[in-house]
Write a protein that binds this ligand. Structure first.
Ligand SMILES: [Zn+2]
Length: 123
């Protein structure tokens, strides 16, 4: 049961985890010590995903671009907010970050992606 739960939650985006389910599932009836350790690790990873998501969302909204990385000349305009998922050792984290567009060459710029040093994804 523990193994199944762990894998299922690993696939879930952190934001979609059911808080009620977590609160209802309390430790106390484990058959083996390893089951308890799995449970603690699982809860720890869930907390890490939520911490990471909170920071990423905050940065993704507040970071401003320094300039167009393609032409270096165009004025950058805020366009919209798009989501992205990054896989960490503690699981996948989905977050939102603002997208800017160069008025001269049309390049899309994600200041948070640049700060994180992650590969470009999509337009
Ligand atoms: Zn440009």
């Amino acid at each position: 049961m523990q193994v199944y739960r762990f894998h299922r939650e690993e696939r879930d985006a952190a934001g979609r985890l059911q808080q009620q389910e977590v609160e209802q599932f309390m430790p106390g009836d484990f058959q083996a010590e390893t089951e308890f350790e799995d449970w603690v690790n699982d809860r720890g990873n869930e907390m890490k995903r939520k911490m990471a998501q909170g920071w990423l969302n905050e940065q993704g909204e507040s970071l401003m671009p320094s300039g167009c990385p393609r032409c270096g000349q165009g004025k950058l305009e805020s366009r919209d907010v798009r989501s992205r998922t990054i896989r960490y050792t503690f699981g996948e984290v989905m977050f939102r970050r603002r997208r800017f567009e160069c008025k001269k060459c049309g390049a899309s710029v994600y200041p948070l992606d640049e700060k994180l040093g992650v590969e470009k994804k999509g337009g």
